[in-house]
Design a protein around this ligand. Structure first.
Ligand code: HXC
Ligand code: NAP
Length: 308
């Protein structure tokens, strides 16, 4: 058993119907696939029906459970309502909404057209509130409880240059998560979020680090644990958060990034690059009675390794 193994017991999500937006590819596909393995009725939605159908076939083949595909652009409220209606017609009820669909690209902000800015904000923020509002109204009207899980990123609170529309939108999604966690708790609706660090997917990585940028800016190097995430460890966290095991967790954002964002935030974390010789020389310098010659030797050796 390690982080690449499924964590929950086999029927942990049995009887639950779960809608996953952006469920045909990448992290949405991995999370949905694990939910299905755990017994859930899965509904995957995105714009490309052929991609959804291929994914659904693959998931059904592995889990033996039903998967409904529903094409939908999350920016269009009437399409969102239709997905919920189709899910209820097929499975009778919906229990969980996972807002995972996203659009993103890198660009200096001043080079963006206002339409480019709209495009990302509309997919990420409008798409998430469209689904949340439609689902929430339905749950409240039918006096049913529910669980919302939103996928954000650590720059939802830290901010990030070169992905400003995405940062604005994700921070809006985080604000919605926390706000509704309180407002809708009285209806038995929980809201939580996950902030993943780097998890390799074709959709995100080819867009955000195209071509040789991946080689130059190896994401694993920014992570204190020295590696990128494995899809199963994200799926484990998501499955726990949508299951009844987490029924007292509400309004939380859980970061799963190997310590990445804190490394960037800590004032002196760059001192990780200091070699032992330099630390030894500094220690000798502040203690009395050591050999000055040895201290100087350690100092120069350390500085050479540091390549200042
Ligand atoms: C600047 C761009 C652009 C780019 C499009 N536009 N791509 N501007 N740089 N790379 C502009 C267009 O010129 C146009 O503006 C406007 O945006 C709309 O473009 P369309 O191509 O018509 O949009 P659309 O077909 O709706 O496609 C949306 C998309 C696309 C976001 C542009 O990339 C997409 O479908 N993405 C979905 C998947 C995705 O992005 N996954 C990554 C999620 S990763 P004008 O003015 O010309 O009309 C993620 C990771 C977060 O979120 C954290 C990582 C650690
Ligand atoms: P991905 O494979 O590109 O997933 C994005 C999904 O969103 C696609 O399936 C896409 O399908 C769907 N989508 C885009 N626009 C849509 C629209 N208008 N309507 C409906 N669906 C739409 O990328 P990913 O890496 O798995 O990202 C999944 C989530 O994780 C995103 O929220 C992302 O911000 C977050 N995240 C990823 C990472 C990472 O390292 N991978 C890190 C932090 C956060 P269609 O094209 O068929 O519509």
């Amino acid at each position: 058993m390690d982080h690449t193994s499924g964590m929950l017991s086999p029927e942990s999500l049995k009887g639950k119907t779960i809608i996953v937006t952006g469920g045909g590819t990448g992290l949405g596909k991995s999370m949905g696939s694990y939910f299905s393995e755990l017994g859930a009725n899965l509904v995957i939605t995105s714009r490309k029906i052929d991609v959804l159908e291929e994914t659904a076939e693959e998931i059904r083949g592995k889990s033996g459970n039903e998967v409904l595909c529903a094409a939908c652009d999350v920016r269009e409220y009437d399409q969102v309502e239709r997905v919920i209606k189709e899910a209820k017609e097929k499975f009778g009820h919906v229990d969980v909404l996972l807002n995972n669909a996203a659009g993103n690209f890198i660009s200096p902000t001043e080079r963006l057209s206002h339409r480019a800015f709209d495009t990302v904000v509309d997919i990420v923020l409008r798409g998430s509130y469209n689904f949340t509002l439609a689902m929430g109204k339905d749950w409240i009207d039918s006096k049913q409880t529910g669980t919302i899980l939103n996928i954000v990123t650590t720059y939802a609170w830290a901010g990030s240059g070169y992905v400003v529309p995405s940062a604005c939108a994700k921070s809006g999604v985080l604000a919605m998560t926390r706000s509704l966690a309180v407002e809708w708790a009285k209806y038995g609706i929980r809201s939580n979020a996950i902030a993943p660090g780097p998890f390799p997917t074709e959709g995100a990585w080819d867009r955000l680090l195209p071509g040789d940028l991946k080689k130059k800016y190896d994401p694993a190097k920014k992570v204190p644990l020295g590696r990128v995430g494995d899809h199963q460890e994200l799926a484990n966290l998501a499955a726990y958060l949508v299951s009844d095991y987490s029924s007292y967790i509400n309004g939380e954002v859980i970061t799963i990034d190997g310590g990445e964002w804190l490394k960037g935030a800590g004032e002196f974390n760059m001192l990780e690059a200091i070699p032992d010789e330099l630390w030894d020389a500094m220690e000798m310098g502040r203690k009395k009675g050591g050999s000055k010659l040895k201290m100087m030797w350690l100092y120069f050796k350390g500085m050479r390794k540091l390549k200042l």
